[in-house]
Design a protein around this ligand. Structure first.
Ligand SMILES: [Zn+2]
Length: 441
């Protein structure tokens, strides 16, 4: 048996201590502008041990069988900064009382989204709103090796006002004490980050996206309590009023940053963007143009405007409930179309995104002692982002991740998970009965 294991290891290039070596035509380290030609990366079952030109490989690694990808690029694993793992609105088992399965379904859907994210080459994802604290449980299951998938940074249920945006899946609060209590409850349940909805949202009926839901004082209490517990604060903010209050209150991350003014139209505010840039607040900008689906209104996040004002933009797509995981690259293409340079997009999707979700120094950069989270892609993503679609190898925390099939994305919701119309249910039933009549045994 022992010799069998040894030869397995030799064949796969894995040493007894778990070390592996991968070479590629180039390595993008994730640090802006840093690129190695004919690079080599040595890693073990957790972290990166060595990165450099292949010619300089230290003698201690000379015995490793090298996995060679001459025409490929090694780059840090992609990061999604704004995901929702739970089931989409209206989703669930098609049974008389779907409600009794709500928690189990939420968990199963979360595992599905987790796997889809991993299959896109995403090695870390931040969950910004999850009913039942499912994201915390998923994070733990991944960390404890029960599930293979990206590292999860978990927010638990979004904190909102009673009846406010995402109230059905969120934690409703109405006073300063409520806010402190909700933050402490989230801490107790094991969240990493606190997420609050400071304006209305598009998927909550009756919501006013242009209005703030909380006063500046309320947001400040939330931020102070979260920071006291060592947790960053991410806020959902479409309206300019809410963005302004969030900046005043000292939040760390803005989701959407849509700049919807009081008359319901979007109007970019350069002075406010400058304050966001100065404060170093991250803003996610990668949701597809079909989002949110409001006919005749363009509220696409002002990615280029924000970038030009020096705001730290990151690749959060609001993936999960409404936007499928396979829309990730579409979001990056869209940033390029908007005029953002490719190197900036790759930084926004890797090292900066890692920092935005509290993982600076842990992942997002290919350097010794960082976690071994990386991709090998065919071609050079600096010559064309489509190289990110051709993944030869996905490694998460030092282990090869075997991807599931991922559907193609064409810029719209896929309709997966949508309930079948009664017509199609009846039609299918008719066809099933028709076939069943031929069975006599
Ligand atoms: Zn969201």
């Amino acid at each position: 048996m022992a010799s069998g294991h040894a030869s397995d290891a030799a064949v796969s290039g894995i040493r007894a201590d778990g070390a592996r070596a991968v070479t590629a035509g180039r390595i993008l380290t994730g640090r802006p502008g840093e690129e190695l030609t004919d690079g080599c990366l040595v890693f073990d079952t957790e972290q990166i041990r060595w990165v450099g030109p292949r010619a300089d490989l230290p003698a201690e690694y000379a015995q490793l069988r090298i996995e060679e990808y001459p025409d490929a690029t090694i780059l840090p694993g992609l990061v999604e900064t704004h995901a929702h793992l739970g089931s989409r609105p209206g989703g669930g088992p098609r049974v008389p009382d779907a409600g009794r399965h709500a928690q189990a379904w939420n968990a199963l859907h979360s595992v599905h989204v987790l796997r889809q994210l991993g299959s896109m080459g995403i090695t870390s994802a931040q969950s910004l709103g999850s009913r039942f604290y499912t994201d915390v449980a998923v994070r733990e299951a991944v960390a404890q090796g029960l599930l293979d998938g990206p590292r999860i940074v978990a927010a638990g249920p979004m904190i909102t006002t009673t009846g406010g945006h995402d109230w059905a899946d969120g934690a409703e609060v109405d006073s300063l004490d409520d806010i402190r209590h909700a933050v402490r409850e989230h801490h107790k349940a094991g969240t990493d980050v606190i997420k609050a909805a400071v304006t209305g949202g598009f998927f909550t009926p009756g919501s006013a996206q242009w209005r703030a839901q909380f006063s500046t004082e309320e947001i400040r209490v939330l931020v102070d309590e979260a920071h006291r517990l060592g947790k960053p604060v991410a806020v959902h903010a479409h309206g300019t009023e809410g963005i302004e209050r969030a900046v005043d209150a000292g939040v760390d991350y803005i989701a959407h940053g849509t700049f919807i003014s009081d008359d319901g139209t979007t109007r970019f505010e350069p002075a406010l963007a400058d304050r966001i840039a100065e404060a170093g607040i991250y803003v996610d900008v990668a949701a597809p143009p079909s989002y949110p689906p409001v006919p005749g209104e363009t509220i696409a996040p002002r990615a280029l405007d924000l970038y030009r004002r020096g705001v730290r933009i990151v690749t959060g797509h609001d993936i999960g409930a409404v936007i499928p995981a396979h829309a990730y690259l579409f979001g990056l293409y869209q940033l390029e179309e908007a005029g953002i340079p490719r190197p900036e997009i790759l930084t926004a999707a890797t090292s900066r995104a890692a920092a935005a979700i509290g993982l600076a120094g842990v992942t997002g950069v290919l350097a010794p002692e960082y976690q071994a989270d990386f991709l090998v892609v065919d071609g050079n993503p600096l010559d064309g982002l489509a190289a990110l679609e051709r993944k030869d190898l996905i490694v998460m925390r030092g282990r090869t991740f075997v991807p599931d099939p991922v559907p193609e994305y064409h810029g719209r919701g896929t309709g997966d998970g949508a309930p079948a119309s009664p017509d199609s249910v009846l039609a299918r039933r008719g066809r099933d009965l028709e076939r069943s009549r031929s069975q006599r045994w």
